[in-house]
Design a protein around this ligand. Sequence first.
Ligand code: GLN
Length: 194
Amino acid sequence: MARCIGVLALQGDFREHALSLERCGASVREIRTLQDLDGVDGLVLPGGESTVMGRLLTEEGLMEPVRALCRSGMPVLGTCAGMILLAKTLPEFPDQPRIGCLDISVVRNAFGRQTDSFSTELAVSGFGGDEKGQRTVQAVFIRAPIVQDTGEGVEVLSCFEGRPVAVRQKNILALAFHPELTPELCFHRWLLEQ
Ligand code: GLN
């Protein structure tokens, strides 16, 4: 049976993630309530607005259950706002509601405003590729965060201008950019391969 991947669908670009996952052959479930989490094999936290998603996660009673799934070892992919939700430390917004179980410190909107959004080629480790084990992907940054600091056990998979933009800690993969807006499927496939 196809693996069932849940996509948090409270806000943000969850439909694009669902399309990428379907292209990988996953069965996709949009997550809006506690019951939706039943039986999923993996989880995507999409891009969007982390403050809104954090508030809705709390209001819908999903914050603690999602945190528990992240801690249980379930594969989780967070992109952009999803990365912010996963970050343990947000120095500028310490009280912003979030899942907080990935040991990174993140600065929101680190590249400026919406109009400063951009797309660039990035070399990423850990997803096949050339003889150095690096794959070149097209990365779309939209009011993207940057990883300022990483804790022990956090692997840096890619940097942009010297700062981490793709990291992994065990079962949690977090990207500052948006693979769901490009044909690139390696990150969604990773969820299915865990
Ligand atoms: N700037 C947004 C935030 O702080 C994230 C932007 C995005 O997900 N594209 O939540």
